[in-house]
Design a protein around this ligand. Structure first.
Ligand code: CMC
Length: 381
């Protein structure tokens, strides 16, 4: 066997892939910081666009900088009619994450100049991507229902405008604020699978649209961003509080994962899950109770009792689906919404990667044969 200079760890668990100053997770104490600021503080005081600015440019913007950034994004929200025409050809039964990945990649066809050492090019790409991704998610949702895409409304802020494009109605200000906080909570989370994917793609010095498209494809899987959709399907399947215990016992006995629980880094309850739970409660107080919340509370209690000793607690995806459901958002848009938020983190890592770039080229532990003879096709059994 070939000698290797370091131990192979499946899933690269605990192997540093980069040096980064963007975010930090303390998994034992349940702490998440963006650029050193605790997530709880940002969730109560900041906005998604201000948080995106913080992540990407490493400092909170001044009032003028924030206004300029918001205005720039507002001006770039529209998408080319050719992209809309392309999206009209997508099958309406296709998953919105697949539609988003394709549309994000298509941006590269329209903005093909690549000048990665030009700060103005970087700024423009950041603005375009943050501005257009929500428009593309909402446009596909309208088109698959046979409607024309709803144009962005210049009088509405980022979160309000997205909910408006999705539903054709202006949301209640509390609903829009809660949605904006959800975007902040999902904006960044160190070197998870999709961020790593973005960094690997960025390290080849390709264009930023390819970086975002590869990250969207990675986020789509059920072990990553796709879990929030699965949580809601699970609550539907359970149907009532009384069914929770047998459902969980059956899944554990069959070695099946419980969606919305467990995390590679957190060994206590994910701090984002705690904030989302509070937001869900606030929303239910304003707009009426959701019986699925009772099932979710019982589920969390049972899972903690059975798996808490192994460090398995609710993660960010457990309560986000309940919030989105109450906002009237269909389950298959939960992961695209995760992508709208995580674009901020992916862009911050893209910029950080470019500043110290070396192409990713890990090694492998070869487990195959050597010097095997080529057997002609007639002699093969
Ligand atoms: N339900 C039941 N058992 C679990 C769960 C779960 N959700 N998560 C982990 N375990 C068990 C697992 O069976 C294993 O047990 P044993 O050692 O006895 O074989 C042990 O815990 C370690 O599991 P693992 O899969 O090796 O842990 P990991 O660090 O590779 O996986 C995870 C982390 C998030 C992929 C996993 O917890 C999981 O699949 N959870 C369900 C899907 C989910 O909610 N994903 C969203 C993650 S947070 C947002 C995001 O990253 O997008």
């Amino acid at each position: 066997m070939t000698a290797t200079f370091c131990e192979y760890k499946p899933g690269l668990e605990n192997i540093p892939a980069t040096k980064s100053s963007i975010s930090h997770v303390n998994g034992q104490e349940g702490i998440l910081e963006y650029r050193g600021i605790r997530i709880e503080e940002l969730a109560s005081k900041s906005s998604f666009l201000e948080t995106a600015y913080l992540l990407i440019w490493d400092s909170l913007p001044s009032a003028i900088q924030l206004k300029e950034f918001e205005t720039d994004i507002l001006y770039h929200r529209r998408i080319k009619y050719r992209i809309r025409d392309m999206m009209k050809c997508f099958p309406e039964t296709g998953h919105p994450m697949d539609a988003l990945q394709t549309s994000a990649a298509a941006l590269g066809l329209f903005y093909s100049r690549r000048a990665l050492d030009d700060p103005e090019y970087i700024r423009k790409a950041v603005v375009r991507i943050l501005a257009k991704i929500p428009t593309m998610v909402a446009a596909f949702h309208q088109m698959r229902r046979g409607n024309d895409a709803i144009q962005p409304n210049d009088d509405l802020d980022y979160a309000t405008n997205f909910l408006y494009m999705l539903t054709e109605r202006k949301p209640h200000p509390i609903a829009a604020r809660i949605f904006d906080v959800c975007l902040m909570l999902h904006a960044e989370h160190t070197i998870n699978a999709s961020t790593f994917s973005a960094m690997v793609t960025a390290s080849t010095l390709t264009d930023p649209y390819a970086v975002i498209a590869s990250a969207v494809g990675t986020l789509a899987g059920p072990l990553h961003g796709g879990a929030n959709e699965e949580v809601l399907l699970m609550l539907e399947e359970i149907g009532s509080k009384d069914n929770v215990l047998p459902y969980i016992e059956n899944r554990i006995a069959n070695k099946q994962k419980i969606m919305g629980f467990g995390h590679r880094v957190y060994k206590v309850k994910d701090p984002r899950a705690a904030i989302l739970q509070q937001l869900a409660e606030q929303l239910f107080e304003e707009t009426g109770h959701d019986p699925y919340y009772d099932i979710a509370l019982e589920l969390e209690k049972v899972v903690e009792g059975k798996l808490g000793a192994k460090g398995i607690y609710a993660n960010v995806d457990f309560y986000s689906g309940l919030v989105y459901r109450k906002l009237g958002i269909p389950a298959d848009l939960f992961t695209p919404i995760f992508a709208i938020a995580r674009v901020a983190g992916w862009l911050a890592h893209w910029k950080e990667q470019l500043a110290v770039n070396r192409i990713f080229r890990p090694t492998q532990v070869y487990t195959g044969d050597h010097n095997k003879p080529y057997v002609s096709i007639k002699e093969r059994t």
